[in-house]
Design a protein. Structure first.
Lengths: 218, 239, 274
């Protein structure tokens, strides 16, 4: 088995383009959706909103327990039948976003639980209304607590974007395989794809671990 | 509901289900072995095993499982290893989830309070005895919830094996879809099946945790065993 | 008819004038199977300063926490400034109070905690002005002006923009006192406010409290082990044991000549620790 450097370099541009246009974009959009929706879920559950809170719990548990590819397929085929025909990337971002929102909800919950009870009591002692209790005291501390974990899940979503190829999105890994299929040499394109993954995720992991240390000392 | 006769497909689906369970169980066993091996190696003082283990862990955690699967499937034969597709899948799962598991093992052992180590040393226990009889039994209850989460993630990753020509439950479902079956029905059904499987894993995890805690003299309430999973925000639950 | 608090008891004649500010009427509090307060009756008049002493678990902190609505009563009623706190009127009955009612009534009460509980994500100024702005509706300028004045009184004007983590325990507690006072409460609850401090920092905090006691007529309920402080500042000292008040006298009497054996033993043990 030999390494064909020219071939490898040739396959770099299309793979990189797929990375930026689909993989990275889907990760960013999906993470934003997940971060916001997850916070909504977490606050609903923690504040014990009647009806919504138990429904949210069941929903989260269901989504967390089922595979992303199946969810992708389900959304891909079910959404058009209820009138939403907005293309593969939309379905992909929506599915990943909702899926990860369920993980984020648990992380936010842990962060909220980690806020010392004394903080809640001080809010009561000052008669601070619930809205400000959450907005000004609890959530700022909760989110700071779990910033590293949130970051880890962004990296995690990034590494699950290859699933998007199942709904015909030409993301990075699919592109690498297509290139490989063209000449029946898969090693170079797949290795490049793998290296891009490492190049994107390893430094982020290291940065996150450093952030974790700093937050720990705060 | 289904415009294709569903009943003849039940056999295939059950076959696929069996494959899914088979890969999950073997993958879990492999991952546990890899996790303990790497987790203990990475804690050693000697530079070579420690750094070597660290590299392996970061590599498998930093790259996508899908890429690893493909890589092993296409590259291993070129290196002279002829494995069946299922074996490739099990190896990939073992390495990937084992790497995450290694961090869990490392973290749990580190979390055992320092005085326990000191007590064991004071009693002149050998390092192996220390680990086996004092440290690991106490680290076990801490490891089980994250391991449980990893197990469920492993289960959720099994659909990937269709890429390496293994016919699991998801593959059969896709065949059903390709044969003009009702997609919403079959994938909806699959979601329910995976949910049930995941819940069984959660049950198993709670029972194991209760037993591990029981051996330390900590009782667990019966009702907790049937509860849904707890927080996922722990070291180790990262896909 | 709404049950009215008893205003003819001896306690009501102490210290303050007229009807009591705070009334506990047959209050019961349980934690699981453990009954901490058993049909507790007691009153505090306006402007009175009462110190609650007694062994741990005797219910002193529970009383403060019930007043601050951090816990719910399991029986009986609590009245503050003529209004029910734990309950609210509905027609001519009393039903358990909802959050809105409780929030309104307890605005008159402030509390300083053993662990300070300052908000780490805000500056000192932010901590003190947050509630006056959000609850009392003060403008930011007005709130900040008042906050600076309070900080001056507790001797921390220089720390206006500091973060809680940059302050010593004693300084944090003084900020906490300023924060509680910024809400202009009628009642100040002090829950072992010096117990978490290094011995050298305790005096600073106690002096601030002495100054507040001397220059205002704010009602205070104090739980503390600092007996000298209690003696200097209180109108009444109440000895608790097993969820009951076993003695209730002015400081001179209770410290010189305690009536109960239990009080004697307790005071001996505490004062011996110096």
């Amino acid at each position: 088995m030999t390494w064909d450097m020219d071939y490898a370099l040739d396959s770099l541009p299309p793979i990189l383009e797929a990375f930026l246009r689909y993989t990275l974009l889907a990760t960013v959009l999906g993470s934003v959706l997940a971060a916001v929706l997850g916070l909504v879920f977490a606050v609903i559950r923690r504040a014990h909103v009647p009806v919504l809170a138990p429904l949210t719990t069941v929903f989260i548990e269901f989504v967390r327990s089922t595979p992303i590819p199946i969810q992708l397929f389900f959304m891909f085929y079910v959404l058009p039948s209820i009138g939403i025909t907005l293309g593969g990337l939309f379905v992909g971002v929506l599915t990943l976003g909702v899926h990860y929102a369920c993980y984020y909800a648990e992380i936010y919950r842990a962060g909220i639980d980690a806020v010392p009870p004394g903080q809640w009591e001080a809010c009561t002692a000052l008669s601070l209304p619930a809205r400000y209790q959450w907005q000004r005291v609890v959530l700022p501390q909760a989110i700071r607590n779990v910033l590293p974990s949130l970051g880890n899940y962004v990296i995690s979503m990034f590494k699950e974007t290859p699933f998007l190829f199942l709904i015909s999105i030409p993301e990075m890994v699919r592109t690498a395989i297509d290139i490989g299929g063209g000449s029946f040499r898969y090693v170079e394109p797949l290795t490049i794809a793998g290296l891009i993954f490492l190049a994107a995720s390893y430094p982020s992991s290291v940065a996150l671990r450093r952030l974790e240390h700093r937050v720990g000392h705060a | 509901m289904a415009d294709l006769q569903f009943v003849p497909w039940v056999d295939n689906l059950l076959g696929g289900l069996w494959v899914t369970i088979y890969v999950t169980v073997l993958g879990a066993v492999g991952a546990t072995l890899v996790a303990f091996a790497l987790g203990l190696l990475v804690r050693m003082k000697a530079a070579l095993p420690r750094i070597g283990a660290r590299i392996v862990i970061e590599f498998f955690r930093g790259t996508s499982l899908l890429v690893q699967l493909f890589w092993l499937f296409y590259v291993l034969p070129l290196l002279g290893y002829r494995l069946t597709p299922i074996a490739v899948a099990v190896v990939a799962f073992s390495l990937n989830f084992g790497a995450y598991g290694a961090e869990v093992v490392r973290g749990a052992i580190t979390a055992v309070p320092r005085p326990q180590w000191e007590g064991a040393i004071a009693l002149s226990l050998s390092p192996v005895q220390r680990m086996r009889r004092v440290i690991i039994p106490q680290a076990l209850p801490l490891m089980i919830p994250p391991f449980g989460n990893l197990l469920i993630q492993l289960l959720k990753s099994t659909p990937l094996v269709f890429l390496v020509t293994v016919t699991d439950l998801a593959t059969v479902a896709d065949q059903y879809r390709a044969a003009e079956g009702n997609e919403a029905f079959i994938f909806g059904l699959l979601l329910v099946v995976y949910f049930v499987l995941a819940y069984l894993c959660t049950l198993l995890m709670h029972v194991l945790e209760a037993r591990a805690k029981g051996r330390l003299g900590q009782r667990e309430e019966r009702s907790k065993i049937f509860a849904f999973r707890g927080p996922a925000a722990q070291e180790g639950e990262v896909a | 008819m709404l049950a009215t608090p008893d205003t003819t008891s001896p306690e009501a004649q102490h210290g303050g004038s007229g009807s009591p500010l705070i009334t506990f009427d047959k209050v019961v509090k349980r934690f699981g199977d453990h009954v901490v307060l058993r049909d507790l009756d007691f009153n505090v008049g306006p402007g009175e300063r009462c110190t609650l002493i007694g062994p741990s678990g005797s219910g002193k902190t529970t009383i403060l926490r019930l007043l601050m609505t951090l816990e719910k009563v399991d029986g009986g009623h609590i009245w503050v400034d003529g209004e029910p706190l734990s309950h609210m009127p509905k027609g001519d009955r009393l039903i358990p109070a909802d959050e809105k009612h409780q929030r309104r009534v307890r605005t008159k009460i402030g509390m300083v905690f053993q662990q300070f509980n300052l908000f780490p994500n805000m500056t000192v100024l932010g901590n003190i002005t947050e509630a006056p702005i959000r609850v009392l509706g003060k403008s930011r300028d007005e709130a900040e002006q008042d906050a600076r004045e309070l900080l001056e009184r507790v001797g921390l004007e220089a720390k206006v923009d500091a973060h809680p983590t940059q302050l010593s325990g004693g300084q944090q507690q003084r900020v906490a006192i300023a924060r509680a006072c910024a809400m202009e409460p009628k009642v100040l609850l002090l829950d072992e406010v010096t117990s978490a401090l290094d011995p050298e920092l305790v005096a600073g905090v106690l002096n601030v409290l002495r100054e507040i006691a001397e220059t205002t007529d704010i009602t205070m309920l104090i739980v503390t082990h600092e007996m000298h402080f209690a003696r200097d500042v209180s109108h009444r000292v109440l000895m608790f044991d097993g969820g009951q008040i076993i003695e209730d006298s002015p400081p001179e009497e209770i410290f010189e000549n305690p009536a109960h054996e239990r009080t004697k033993r307790f005071l001996k043990a505490v004062l011996e620790q110096g």
